[in-house]
Design a protein around this ligand. Structure first.
Ligand code: ZN
Length: 416
């Protein structure tokens, strides 16, 4: 049925956005078989590293004293600081409230003990079902690091597949810290050396293929500093060129690059101590140009990189840009970036990923993002109606499906 006016347009878009299940292309959550690696519940939610950084804007205790507290004591401190002594207007705090509200808990009561008691009656498996339903998420892609001993052990000994959780092979220790990690590969039976001999290159390729296969990884991924350059004289650049990209091409897997994180600008904050820097878009352009048979999924952390990243995606069909990452995942920036992407790329991008570290965050990240993506899409459709175009409701559903999962799966399957 054709939409007739702006009011029926708005309700058709809202319905399509609400009813379409999402594929969340990058998260840090796990199915319950990973045990404690799956973070969930109100204490994990409140001690999310975004809120830790914000708490230290106010709290006077030393960093080390915070890290010596139990998770529940940390949550008490954050709750008192960010929710009781100040109004929780920051996006990360608002997110906590959205989660509790959508779960049907009484947010106005400000009763942390009651929230804890709600979660204490659930098993992780039950809560996964609740969260996926409330968040409108069909499946998520995890971040899977074979260098993490706890995670590695699950993959090798007790992994039980859950079709809602897809894998991505994360390569930060291998690519960013080769000197510190090559001996671990050697201990696992790979004939490698710090100098990256040709024998070593073949062996690293064998390692990558083994883990891609073992995990059924949809893509290989790394986070990179703003200074990253593929022309750099480094073990990282060599490993990407000689190991990662040939394996990705052979197995038809994209290589995901998350560029712009400055690690530990404040080490005292630990996981909350990373920051952002503007990167050189030339690193992306030259990889896409030099490796036309490789597919690249790219997100960049700096707001200043967003326009040139959009332009790069116009130039290279082997580049698919995704999400509003970390410090960009705020309503004002998501709106600005999403609008620009529609204007430069039409429907050819992945508007958002959750980056959820705590299961519960799927609920708020998708609630907040859906609202903005829908509003901006509506604005763009309204412009088309003003130009005399006609829109059908099933075309709107098709387009929303393209944005919330279709583009990702098409890219995964596409052969170049
Ligand atoms: Zn992430």
């Amino acid at each position: 049925m054709a939409v007739q006016d702006v009011a029926s347009l708005r309700s058709a878009v809202e319905k399509a956005i609400r009813d379409t299940k999402v594929t969340d292309v990058h998260t840090h959550i796990y199915p319950p078989c990973f045990g404690d690696l799956l973070l969930w519940g109100v204490d994990d939610l409140i001690t999310y590293h975004y809120l830790i950084a914000e708490t230290f804007r106010w709290a006077e205790l030393p960093y080390d004293a915070y890290w010596d507290l139990t998770t529940q004591q940390q949550a008490d401190l954050i709750w008192k600081t960010l929710f009781e002594q100040n109004s929780p207007v920051a996006e990360s705090c608002r997110g906590v409230l959205t989660v509790l509200h959508k779960l049907g808990l009484d947010v106005a009561a400000r009763d942390l003990a009651a929230y804890r008691s709600y979660f204490s009656q659930l098993t992780p498996g039950e809560y996964v079902d609740i969260v996926f339903e409330l968040a409108g998420v069909r499946d998520v892609v995890m971040t899977n690091d074979p260098f993490d001993e706890a995670e590695r052990k699950v993959w090798l000994e007790s992994y039980r597949p859950d079709p809602r959780f897809k894998a991505a092979l994360r390569l930060d220790p291998l690519l960013n810290e080769w000197d510190a990690n090559w001996q671990r590969l050697a201990a696992w039976g790979y004939s490698v050396d710090v100098g990256l001999s040709s024998r070593c290159i073949t062996e690293v390729q064998r390692f990558l293929k083994y883990w891609c296969d073992r995990m059924e990884a949809l893509y290989l991924a790394v986070s990179l500093p703003p200074t990253f350059a593929i022309a750099e004289d480094s073990s990282r650049a060599l490993l990407i060129r000689e190991c990662v990209l040939p394996v990705c091409a052979e197995l038809n897997r994209p290589f995901a690059m998350m560029i712009g994180v400055k690690k530990l600008v404040n080490p005292g904050l630990r996981l909350a101590g990373d920051s952002v820097g503007k990167a050189a878009i030339e690193a992306v352009e030259s990889l896409c140009a030099e490796y036309p048979r490789n597919k690249f999924l790219v997100t960049m952390l700096s707001r200043e990189n967003q326009h040139e990243l959009c332009v790069a995606a116009r130039k290279f069909r082997n580049l698919l840009i995704f999400g509003c990452w970390w410090f960009l995942n705020n309503p004002s920036l998501v709106e600005e970036i999403t609008r620009m992407r529609f204007e430069l790329l039409g429907l050819g991008f992945i508007p958002q990923h959750s980056d959820a570290r705590v299961l519960d965050q799927l609920i708020y990240k998708w609630e907040h993002s859906r609202r903005i993506i829908g509003a901006v899409l509506c604005e763009k459709y309204a412009d088309l109606l003003s130009a005399g175009w006609r829109l059908e409701e099933d075309e709107i559903r098709r387009d929303v499906g393209t944005l919330l999962g279709g583009n990702f799966w098409d890219f995964i399957k596409r052969k170049l």
